[in-house]
Ligand binder design. Sequence first.
Ligand SMILES: CC(C)(COP(=O)(O)OP(=O)(O)OC[C@H]1O[C@@H](n2cnc3c(N)ncnc32)[C@H](O)[C@@H]1OP(=O)(O)O)[C@@H](O)C(=O)NCCC(=O)NCCS
Length: 173
Amino acid sequence: MRVIETGSLTLEPQTAAHAEEMFAVLGDPAIYEYENEPPPSPDWLRARFTKLESRRSPSGREQWLNWVIRLPSSELIGYVQATVHPDGRAAIAYEMSSAYWGRGLARKAVQVIISELVGRYRVRSLPSVLKRENLRSMRLLERLGFSLASPEQHAKHRVEPGELLMLREIERA
Ligand SMILES: CC(C)(COP(=O)(O)OP(=O)(O)OC[C@H]1O[C@@H](n2cnc3c(N)ncnc32)[C@H](O)[C@@H]1OP(=O)(O)O)[C@@H](O)C(=O)NCCC(=O)NCCS
């Protein structure tokens, strides 16, 4: 993994050293309106980030890639992550402090990571499952070229009721 500079954002490979500052970022209750919950303690988050530094699933089959998002002011504001499967699929996830929503920063960060996944990790298919009510996330994905998957694709991915599958397929050059 490498550090990615965009001008307006820096994406840094996440390490245990980010845990303390990310604990404050991820304590924002607005992030969890639709799913998940904040980390219980800085120690818990440090242990999790330490484990994720292996960048691999326990079986070694999946690459687990996590980047934290940093502003030029040096503040951390969120993360983007990807689970890359050997067949060229990658599931992405992202969370950002609500103080920075509505500025196009999440879109920029996710766009840059998609380019990285396609260019350096041979990713060709990006399935993304989200809660139906999560319109912000849906809009973000639509702007990045994702579209709603067919009922057959929903069934194949075993999408739960209350969730939606959005997909972006990358054409081979
Ligand atoms: C999902 C999430 C990252 C989206 O954040 P966001 O700030 O709404 O997304 P963006 O950064 O793309 O901002 C887009 C908005 O900024 C506006 N914007 C302002 N300047 C912009 C610019 N230069 N470029 C793009 N958008 C811009 C857009 O108009 C857009 O508003 P709209 O959607 O109301 O039209 C955020 O809501 C979040 O962290 N949610 C909690 C975690 C979560 O749900 N994760 C996803 C689970 S599937």
